[in-house]
Design a protein around this ligand. Structure first.
Ligand SMILES: C[S@@+](CC[C@H](N)C(=O)[O-])C[C@H]1O[C@@H](n2cnc3c(N)ncnc32)[C@H](O)[C@@H]1O
Length: 414
């Protein structure tokens, strides 16, 4: 039996009555909402399950757990119906829906997130994508100065890297966050990608972005939002030892090429024929097609900058920056005014979606509503509140320790 502490959000509306957390794949349309216990512990839902196949194609801060999506798809959706995620982020809803034969539509204001969702959900000719990914990797290697080829080893301490010519870019961000050799390798890959005749360009751009993220001169314990380039050896809190700033991107390009190919093959084995459409658009204004319901985890007010966390990708890939259109932007803070605006904009999003949904269709909205903003959002949106499932999240990743309550709001379109 899970006991909810006093004051846990949603405790008054519903509380789990099961003796063990719900196994997502056992949920059926008949499973009562009140019986759902979504407070999975590590042993109930190990990291390998939460990050299986393309769910971990690229780091992304602010994902929700795919099994959470699975629970509600199994309860409220049938294969062939459509789910909308108006804030699709890294695409968790879209991939999970596809696995269950549910058509999915996603919107996101961040060009990088849209690129990532498209790369994750695209259909691949597995032998062609393999040939392309290995081809560009090989050409990037071959473009390296001759001393780098000896023994086929690219060692971070290699003197060849230190003697690398200055990178050919004026971009201040790239010049300050990368060692010369790492930047040269990333720019070579990008040049090959721009000039080459590759079919799966989005996937190659994701491999490049993931490598660029790891190759930044960022302390290992600050990879989400590093404050300043780390140009000298430093004490690493994550690894409890002295670490050196990265000077090599090729090792990451190689590692992530292999990992990416494995992950898309794993997803290919479980995916369905259901469609996935991803729109780079502001969901406050974008035209919306009819859907059966919504599963989403919206941005929260003043919390995460969804553009800044992938600044390296925007700089390297030249993506369009639309951070001014984020709802509840981190830069806008969480003042009373910011909260009110956030509530009004969120309500507008859900009101617009309700117009393209069947009456009584479900909207599942996941939020760590620490400021208690969602009761008012539901009222402003005019949705019917069916219940709230509260789940305890206790997880540690790197230096980010996290234990908090997350609310799953179950609303019905009026
Ligand atoms: C919490 S994240 C979603 C994470 C997602 N559930 C996942 O598992 O990856 C919220 C997303 O909303 C997007 N967003 C913020 N304002 C938006 C807007 N006006 N229109 C569309 N998307 C927006 C952000 O870019 C971000 O990717």
């Amino acid at each position: 039996m899970t006991h909810l502490p006093r004051g846990a959000p949603g405790a008054a509306l519903s509380s789990p009555v099961s003796t063990r957390p719900t196994a997502a794949r056992e949920v059926t349309p008949d499973t009562p909402l009140q019986a759902l216990d979504l407070s999975w512990r590590e042993r109930d839902l190990p990291e390998s399950e939460r990050t299986r196949h393309v769910h971990r194609l690229h780091p992304y801060l602010g994902k929700f757990v795919p099994q959470l999506v699975e629970v509600f798809l199994r309860k409220y959706w049938s294969p062939g119906q459509t789910v909308l995620d108006p804030f699709c982020g890294s695409g968790t809803t879209l991939m999970q829906a596809n696995e269950l034969g549910v058509h999915a539509t996603g919107y996101d204001i961040s060009a990088f997130n849209v690129l990532l969702c498209r790369a994750k959900t695209a259909r691949y000719d597995l032998s062609l994508v393999r040939r392309e990914a290995l081809d560009i990797l090989d050409k990037t290697r071959q473009a390296e100065p001759a001393e780098m080829h000896q023994g086929g080893v690219w060692d971070t301490a290699s003197p060849g890297l230190a003697r690398a010519p200055a990178p050919e870019t004026d971009n201040v961000y790239l010049r300050s966050w990368y060692a010369p050799a790492a930047l040269r390798q990333l720019l070579t890959y990008r040049r090959l990608l721009d000039a080459g005749d590759y079919t799966y360009r989005d996937l190659l751009r994701v491999i490049l972005s993931r490598s660029a993220r790891s190759a930044r001169m960022a302390p290992h314990y600050e990879l989400d939002f590093p404050r300043a380039p780390q140009t000298a050896p430093y004490w690493c809190y994550k690894h409890s030892r002295q670490c050196h700033p990265t000077s090599n991107a090729l090792k990451f390009l190689r590692r992530y090429t292999i990992d990416t190919l494995e992950r898309i093959a794993q997803f290919d084995a479980v995916r369905s024929e259901a469609t996935v459409a991803v729109h780079h658009a502001n969901v406050l204004h974008a035209p919306l097609a009819p859907v059966d319901g919504v599963i989403t985890s919206p941005p929260y007010v003043g919390l995460i900058d969804y553009h800044e966390q992938h600044a390296y990708a925007y700089e390297l890939l030249g993506l369009q920056d639309r951070r001014d259109e984020e709802i509840g932007p981190a830069a806008g803070g969480s003042s009373q005014t910011a909260r009110r605006r956030y509530q009004e904009e969120m309500a507008k999003v859900f009101r617009r979606i309700a117009e393209v949904m069947p009456r009584g269709g479900r909207m599942i909205v996941v939020a760590n509503d620490r400021a208690g903003l969602y009761g008012e959002i539901a009222a402003l949106a005019g949705v019917d509140v069916e219940g709230v499932v509260t789940r305890h999240v206790d997880r540690r990743t790197g230096m980010r320790g996290s234990t908090f309550y997350e609310s799953v709001f179950v609303w019905r379109a009026p």
